[in-house]
Structure formats: structure tokens, C-alpha cells
Design a protein around this ligand. Structure first.
Ligand SMILES: *[C@@H]1O[C@H](CO)[C@@H](O)[C@H](O)[C@H]1NC(C)=O
Ligand SMILES: *[C@@H]1O[C@H](CO)[C@@H](O)[C@H](O)[C@H]1NC(C)=O
Ligand SMILES: *[C@@H]1O[C@H](CO)[C@@H](O)[C@H](O)[C@H]1NC(C)=O
Ligand SMILES: *[C@@H]1O[C@H](CO)[C@@H](O)[C@H](O)[C@H]1NC(C)=O
Ligand SMILES: *[C@@H]1O[C@H](CO)[C@@H](O)[C@H](O)[C@H]1NC(C)=O
Ligand SMILES: *[C@@H]1O[C@H](CO)[C@@H](O)[C@H](O)[C@H]1NC(C)=O
Ligand SMILES: *[C@@H]1O[C@H](CO)[C@@H](O)[C@H](O)[C@H]1NC(C)=O
Length: 784
């Protein structure tokens, strides 16, 4: 041995040196996870990739096309614990290939092309626990014991359906305890008696062979070791074939599983006769099997002593002529001590009352996926039937009348769990009878449109999911768990009706939201699954659910299943992450604020406009624009008036009575233009003014305090147009009727201020003597 190791070591050194140079060009397995488990499956590799490192703990090379495992391939596998090579083309393995895999625990070589097996491969696999060599091409396990060095082997899968033909006595040498042993051998014809006796204990053996004779010898060897025996793909056609199972009646076997097995009327009764005498057999399971026959069983079941069998499970049993099947009365004596029966998907449409009555110990009965209808259930569950029954599963049958179903079962005093889901009840009546201690009721998927007081008040768990409910308004004081998923509920149920609720599943309904109060009213709630609803993510809802403390511990599938449906900005987002803007959250407030703001701004503009005489400026701008558009008249046009008089209404007395008299009666008379008298009616006043000024030689301003305040505004702008007060233009004449304080002139009349400062003006004297001089001066001014 040390010599071998030494040799291996030298090879290892040489090869690693060689590999380190080659590394760059060789295949490297790409995906290794944090635990150094590398998945190189399904990559069309033709060899084990080189470039592996010593830290690899697992290597999945399944589904490639590796043909050959070489000595050098796994040199670095010193830390390898899992090596999966199934579904390759491996036909040979070098003797020293696994020499360094001292830590390997799981080796899968199944579904390859190995024609011979060599114990040398496994010599160093001291830690190996799982070994799978199923589905290869070998005919036997070899001449020398294959597994004798595998002291830790617990799971062993071997054999194949095409060529494996014999098992010899030394094959299992060295194995004493197995957790699981799988033997495939649809072609196995030779089994040397005693081959499996070396194994002291096998927890679960799966035997896939079809030769009943061989099976019989094998079972004899397993009498003292196999706890659970599973037989697959075998046919028992005659009573004599069944008799070969005789060793079972003396076995320590506790559970028998039959998968894909064929029985006839003749063989099944033999098998049953053997099994009722198996001293330790507690559980019988029959899956996906066929019974050819009609229940006309020739010999009765003879019971010599107590059968411990308690659990019977039958799934997918095909009884080809099930409609002709007889009443099974021969089973009567067999069933008395059975506590648990499952008969699923087997076209059961009736359990005769006479049989039901014999199930005197039955606690659990699962008849789901069968053909029971209400009248037959009533017959099956006759008075005295199943007196101790606690759990009854009638899911997926053809029940259609909830009242009748309840009535049929109401005599079952111990029944606490009833599953009648996936039947077709439709509308349900107002009152029903139920077993008095019913705690769990499953009526999901039964087309119920509305719940009524038919539902018993004793319930602690109620499943009404997948119906057509619009609301939930039932008073169920003891209810702890309520399942109403896949209905059309728009709100949470009312908490006061179900005060003790601990768990609620209301996913896939039409729930749009729920409030803090609604949520809080379930005082004992520990789990709430409200996912997959169309949540309206209002601000109240978001602010409640996002900031509620500990909500993540209560909501199931939070946050991934809670998605906002509206409003549109957050549609499709998780409720947990959705954010609404301040505006969306306080819309009314925002709108009122904006209104108030607008009103304030308008008010401000109005006030400012008034304060700053904006209207006036605008009018002036308008007038100015109008004037600009008019063709400029030439200087030497015809004048109609000597002077245009501009005055304030207050001063009209003086103007009209004194000045007009004086000037128009003078010799020669002056022709004056007065707005009262000469303005064209209907024209805008400013236009009139402009016209008049244009048609007059001079413009006479009768200034007074009042004129400045009320009339001047009409002229201020005009002066820039007519240049009335330019230095070389003396077309404007100012008459000061009363003294005007300069500070009383508004600031915006900058022209007037300037004029008052620069121009000389005629002052109206109060002294009558001086008035003649005034008139004289005025006439002179008008003339030139
Ligand atoms: C190995 O790969 C196969 C094929 O991809 C996959 O089915 C199997 O689960 C993998 N095994 C492990 C342990 O990852
Ligand atoms: C696998 O590799 C072989 C050659 O090694 C090639 O012919 C074949 O097409 C490959 N298959 C796939 C699925 O890549
Ligand atoms: C052997 O055949 C049975 C069906 O007869 C099948 O379930 C089983 O997987 C086969 N075993 C192998 C290794 O192919
Ligand atoms: C069954 O076995 C008995 C003897 O054990 C034999 O007499 C009988 O002929 C057999 N029946 C059939 C149908 O092979
Ligand atoms: C059921 O158990 C009782 C005693 O516990 C025993 O007398 C009776 O034979 C048993 N019945 C069957 C069918 O095994
Ligand atoms: C009843 O049977 C159905 C279908 O086989 C299964 O889904 C359900 O869990 C069972 N109910 C109980 C209470 O065991
Ligand atoms: C009710 O029955 C349905 C279908 O048979 C099943 O999926 C569901 O898990 C059951 N409910 C409960 C609460 O066990």
C-alpha cells in the first residue's frame, strides 16, 4: 500500500508540473459556488476537465460525454466530497483514478457504459456513503467483493434492466448496515441464496425485479434485516406465484410498498392471506397498480392471530372492471384494527355500509379523487360506520349538496377534520347539520357564491378559497385560521365576527387596500397573506403600511407579492417601495393653496397696478402706438385754430367766462379749440386731444392744482410726440391760475416738473389792474 501511494505521489507531482504549464489552454469548469461546488453538467465535455484546483469540494459532471476516467484526471480531488458522473459514456476507469479521493462521500456512476466493475477503484474511498452504479452494462458485480472496503457505505444503488443477470454470495461482503439499497434487475435470473444475509439491517430496500422465484429467495434473505420493503414492476398472476411471498409472513418488515404491481383475483387474496400474518407489518402501500378481477375471491381470508397493520394506503389502483366489483365483504374481518386508510384516485364510488361498520378503529380516512356522490356517501356513512373517525378527506369527489353531505356525516361524534374541497356545491342553504366537534372544514374550490349560517360555528380552521365569494360576514367565534384566497372580496372580513383569528389568507382577491384600523382590529393576527391583490396605493395606505412597525413579520410574501395597481405613477411598483409626491398626497390642500395664491397674486397685481398707475401707462402706450401709426403731418399744414385750450373742469368757469370772452372777442378775434365745444363726439379723448393739438397753432394749458392732478395725465406722453416743450418750440403756453407747490406734482409727471422749472409761464394775477397786462401778454404769446 505505501508503495502504491508513493507511486501515486510521484505521478501527481509530475502531472501537476505538467498541468501548470498547460493550464492556459485546457478546459476549466467555469461555475463554482462559494462552497467550491463546481457545476460542469451538460457541457458536452469529452474528458474530465483539467485545471481543477485542490479546494474543490464538489464536481457535477453529469450529462456530458466523458468516455474514460484517467489516472491523472482527479489527482487534485483531495477535498472532493461529491463526484457526479451520471449520464456519461464512461466504459472504463483507470485503476488508480480515485486514489486520492479519501474524503469522497458521494459517487454517482449511474447510467454509463461500464461493462465490468473493479473493487480496485473503490479501495481508497473510506468515507464513501452514497454509491450509485445503476444503469450500466455489467452483468454481475464482479468476481471479488466490490464494496468490502466501503465501511461507511449507507446508500447503494446497483443493477440495470438490460444485462444484470446474477447476484453471487460474495457480492455484498463487508456491508453490514444500509440505509437504502436499490436493486434493478428486470433481467435478473440468478440469485445465490444467502447473498444478502451478511447485511444485518437495511432500512429501505427497493427491489425492481420481475422474477417471482428470484424475489422469493431474496425475501428469504431479508427476513431479519429489511424494515421497509418496496417491490416495483412485478406481476402476480396466480395464487402459486403469490405464495412465493410466504417469507414475508415471518419477516421483521414493518412497511410494504408495492409500486406498479399487477394482481388478479386469485393472487391478491393469497397476498392478503400472507400479509395479515406478517407479525410486524404496520403499513401497506399500493401505488399505481392494477387489479384484474371483480372481487370474486375464491378463498376467504383466514385470520389466525392479530394483525398489527394500521395504515393502508392505496393510490391510483386501477380496477379495470370497477363497475362490476363486488362488495368486498370478504375483507370485513381484516379491517378492524386499521387506523388509517387512504384510497386515492381509485374510482371508489361506494363503501358498503356493512364494511364501513367494521372499521371500528379507523381514525383517518382519505377517499379523495374518487367518484363518491351524496346518495352513496349517505349509504357508506350509515349509522355505526367509522365510529372513531377523526379525519375524513372527500376532496375531489362528485358531491353536490352541502346540506346532505353534512347530514350524512353528522353522526360522526369524533370527526374534527373534514375536507370536502373540489366538489361542486354551488349555492348552499341557510342551515345544515354537522358533526358536533368539527373544527377543520375545507370547502375550497366548490363554486360557492355566498356563505350562509350553514357553516358550523364550531370551526377553528375554514378554507373557502377558490370560490365566488363577494364578502365574508360569518360569525365564527372560535375561528383561528381563515383561507379565502382566490375569491372576489373587496375588503378584509369584519374582525368582530371572527375575534380569535390568528391567520388569514386573502391573496388573489379584489382587495384594494386596508386601513390601520381594520388591520389593528384583528388583535390576535399573526399571519396575513394579502398578496396578489390590486392595491390602490393611496397616501393613507402607503403611509400606514410602510411605517407600521413589524408589518413584515405579519404579512406573508411581503414585499414581493404586494404590488400597486393604481394610481398610475406607482402602478406595478411594490407597495413597500412606492412613493407618492407631496402634491398627490394632499391634493385638496394643494389645490386650495394654489387658488389662494392665485387670488393673492391677482390682488397684488391690482394693488400694484393701482399704485403705479399701470392703467395709465398702458393707455398712454396705446395712444402712443396709435399716434405712431398715423402718418406724420407736414409742418406747414392748415391750422384751424389759433390755440387748443386744455383745462380742468374746475377751472371751466374762468376759462369759458373770462378767457374765451376776452380772446374770442378781441380784435382780431382768436379762434380757440375747447374740448367741450369742438371735440368730435365718439372719438377717444386722447385721439381728440392729439387731433386738436395738431390742428392748432398753439396749445394753452390752464394750470391749477386740480388740472395737474386730474388732467395732466392725458398730455404727459404727448409731449414726447409733439415735442411741445422742446427748447426751440414755443407752441405751448402755460397759464398758472394759482400757485402750485412743486412737491404736489406726482413724480411720474417728470415732463411737467421739467417744464415748470425751465419755461416761463403767465401767472393769473388776482389784482384787476394787472389783469389787463396779463391779457395783453397772452395775446402776444398767441400771436407769435
Ligand atoms: C448536477 O447536474 C444535473 C444536470 O444539470 C442536475 O440535474 C443535478 O441536480 C445536479 N446535481 C447537483 C447535486 O447539483
Ligand atoms: C458535442 O461535441 C461533439 C464533438 O466533440 C460535437 O460533434 C457535437 O455537436 C457537440 N454537441 C453539442 C450539443 O454541442
Ligand atoms: C429499470 O426499469 C424500470 C421500469 O421497468 C425503471 O423504472 C427504472 O428506472 C429502470 N432503471 C434504470 C437504471 O434505467
Ligand atoms: C400450485 O402449486 C401446487 C403445489 O404447491 C400445485 O399442486 C398446483 O398444481 C399449482 N398450481 C398451478 C396453477 O400451477
Ligand atoms: C384487532 O386487535 C384485537 C386486540 O387488540 C384482536 O383481538 C383482533 O384479532 C385484531 N383484529 C384483527 C383483524 O387483526
Ligand atoms: C385531502 O386530499 C387532497 C388531495 O389528495 C389533499 O390535497 C389534501 O391535503 C387532503 N386533506 C387533508 C386534510 O389531508
Ligand atoms: C384545502 O384543500 C385544498 C385542495 O384540496 C388544498 O390545496 C388546501 O391546502 C386545503 N386547505 C388547508 C387549509 O389545508
Amino acid at each position: 500500500m505505501p508503495n502504491q501511494l508513493w507511486k501515486g505521489w510521484v505521478i501527481y507531482m509530475v502531472i501537476t508540473a505538467y498541468l501548470s504549464e498547460e493550464k492556459a489552454t485546457t478546459q476549466v469548469c467555469p461555475s463554482c459556488d462559494a462552497t467550491h461546488f463546481c457545476d460542469c453538467s451538460s457541457m458536452n465535455m469529452s474528458t474530465i476537465p483539467s485545471g481543477l484546483t485542490t479546494d474543490i469540494t464538489g464536481l457535477n459532471l453529469s450529462y456530458n460525454s466523458i468516455k474514460y476516467v484517467r489516472e491523472t484526471d482527479l489527482l487534485v480531488g483531495v477535498n472532493l466530497r461529491v463526484l457526479l458522473l451520471q449520464f456519461n459514456q464512461i466504459w472504463t476507469i483507470d485503476k488508480e483514478s480515485f486514489i486520492f479521493l479519501g474524503k469522497l462521500e458521494h459517487l454517482d456512476l449511474s447510467n454509463n457504459k461500464l461493462t465490468h466493475l473493479s473493487p480496485i477503484w473503490f479501495r481508497h474511498l473510506f468515507s464513501l456513503q452514497h454509491l450509485n452504479i445503476q444503469g450500466n452494462l455489467y452483468t454481475t458485480l464482479g468476481e471479488n467483493p466490490l464494496f468490502s472496503n466501503l465501511k461507511n457505505l449507507r446508500y447503494l444503488h446497483l443493477g440495470n434492466n438490460n444485462s444484470f443477470s446474477a447476484i453471487w454470495k460474495q457480492d455484498f461482503d463487508g456491508i453490514t448496515v444500509l440505509e437504502q439499497l436499490v436493486i434493478d434487475g428486470q433481467r435478473l435470473r440468478q440469485y445465490e441464496s444467502g447473498s444478502l444475509t451478511t447485511v444485518n439491517s437495511i432500512n429501505h430496500i427497493i427491489i425492481n425485479i420481475n422474477d417471482v422465484q428470484v424475489l422469493s429467495v431474496m425475501l428469504e434473505d431479508l427476513i431479519n434485516s429489511a424494515i421497509c420493503v418496496e417491490l416495483r414492476n412485478i406481476a402476480f398472476n396466480t395464487a402459486n406465484e403469490s405464495s412465493l411471498l410466504e417469507p414475508m409472513s415471518r419477516s421483521v418488515m414493518e412497511k410494504l410498498v408495492l409500486k406498479n404491481v399487477l394482481f388478479t383475483d386469485a393472487s391478491v387474496i393469497r397476498v392478503l392471506n400472507i400479509l395479515v400474518h406478517a407479525e410486524q407489518l404496520l403499513e401497506l402501500e399500493l401505488d399505481n397498480s392494477i387489479l384484474q378481477g371483480m372481487g370474486h375471491w375464491p378463498e376467504p381470508i383466514k385470520i389466525k392471530r392479530k394483525s398489527p397493520m394500521e395504515v393502508v394506503t392505496i393510490q391510483r389502483l386501477t380496477i379495470e372492471k370497477f363497475y362490476l366489483f363486488s362488495d368486498l365483504s370478504s375483507l370485513k374481518n381484516l379491517v378492524g384494527n386499521i387506523t388509517k386508510i387512504t384510497v386515492v384516485n381509485t374510482k371508489v364510488f361506494l363503501v358498503p355500509c356493512s364494511i364501513s361498520k367494521h372499521f371500528s378503529s379507523l381514525l383517518y380516512l382519505d377517499l379523495s379523487e374518487n367518484l363518491l356522490a351524496d346518495p352513496n356517501l349517505e349509504h357508506s356513512s350509515c349509522k355505526g360506520a367509522w365510529p372513531l373517525l377523526q379525519t375524513f378527506n372527500l376532496s375531489q369527489n362528485t358531491l353536490g349538496d352541502l346540506q346532505m353531505t353534512g347530514q350524512s356525516l353528522s353522526h360522526l361524534k369524533h370527526l374534527t377534520h373534514l375536507d370536502i374541497s373540489q366538489n361542486n356545491f354551488g349555492e348552499i342553504p341557510e342551515s345544515c347539520q354537522w358533526p358536533e366537534n368539527l373544527k377543520y372544514l375545507n370547502i375550497s374550490g366548490t363554486q360557492i357564491p355566498k356563505l350562509t349560517t350553514c357553516i358550523p360555528q364550531t370551526l377553528e380552521v375554514l378554507d373557502v378559497s377558490s370560490n365566488n365569494l363577494n364578502d365574508f360576514r360569518l360569525k365564527l367565534p372560535r375561528l383561528k385560521e381563515l383561507y379565502v384566497a382566490k375569491n372576489k372580496l373587496k375588503t378584509l372580513p369584519d374582525a368582530p365576527f371572527i375575534p380569535n383569528l390568528v391567520a388569514l389568507r386573502i391573496s388573489r382577491n379584489k382587495l384594494t387596500s386596508f386601513s390601520k384600523e381594520e388591520f389593528g382590529s384583528f388583535r390576535k393576527m399573526e399571519t396575513l397573506d394579502a398578496g396578489d391583490n390590486n392595491f390602490i396605493c393611496s397616501c393613507e395606505f402607503l403611509s400606514f403600511i410602510q411605517y407600521q412597525e413589524g408589518i413584515a413579520n405579519v404579512l406573508a410574501n411581503w414585499p414581493e407579492n404586494y404590488i400597486c395597481d393604481s394610481p398610475s405613477p406607482v402602478r406595478g411598483q411594490q407597495v413597500k417601495a412606492a412613493r407618492l409626491s407631496l402634491f398627490e398626497c394632499h391634493r385638496t390642500l394643494a389645490v386650495s393653496l394654489i387658488c389662494i395664491l392665485v387670488v393673492l397674486v391677482i390682488l397684488l397685481i391690482v394693488i400694484l397696478g393701482y399704485k403705479l398707475h399701470v392703467i395709465w401707462y398702458m393707455k398712454m402706450t396705446w395712444a402712443w402706438l396709435q399716434a405712431k401709426r398715423k402718418p406724420k403731418k407736414s409742418h406747414n399744414h392748415d391750422f384751424c385754430y389759433d390755440a387748443f385750450v386744455s383745462y380742468s373742469e374746475r377751472d371751466s368757469e374762468w376759462v369759458e367766462n373770462l378767457m374765451v370772452q376776452e380772446l374770442e372777442n378781441a380784435i382780431p378775434p382768436f379762434k380757440l379749440c375747447l374740448h367741450k365745444r369742438d371735440f368730435v363726439p365718439g372719438k377717444w379723448i386722447i385721439d381728440n386731444i392729439i387731433d386738436s393739438i395738431e390742428k392748432s397753432h398753439k396749445t394753452l394749458f390752464v394750470l391749477s392744482e386740480h388740472f395737474v392732478q386730474s388732467e395732466w395725465c392725458k398730455y404727459e406722453l404727448e409731449f414726447s410726440h409733439f415735442r411741445l416743450f422742446d427748447e426751440h418750440n414755443d407752441a405751448a403756453i402755460l397759464i398758472l391760475l394759482e400757485p402750485i407747490q412743486e412737491q404736489t406734482i406726482p413724480k411720474r409727471f417728470c415732463k411737467l416738473r421739467k417744464i415748470m422749472n425751465t419755461k416761463t409761464y403767465l401767472e393769473w394775477p388776482l389784482d384787476e389792474g394787472q389783469q389787463q397786462i396779463f391779457w395783453f401778454n397772452l395775446k402776444i404769446a398767441l400771436k407769435y
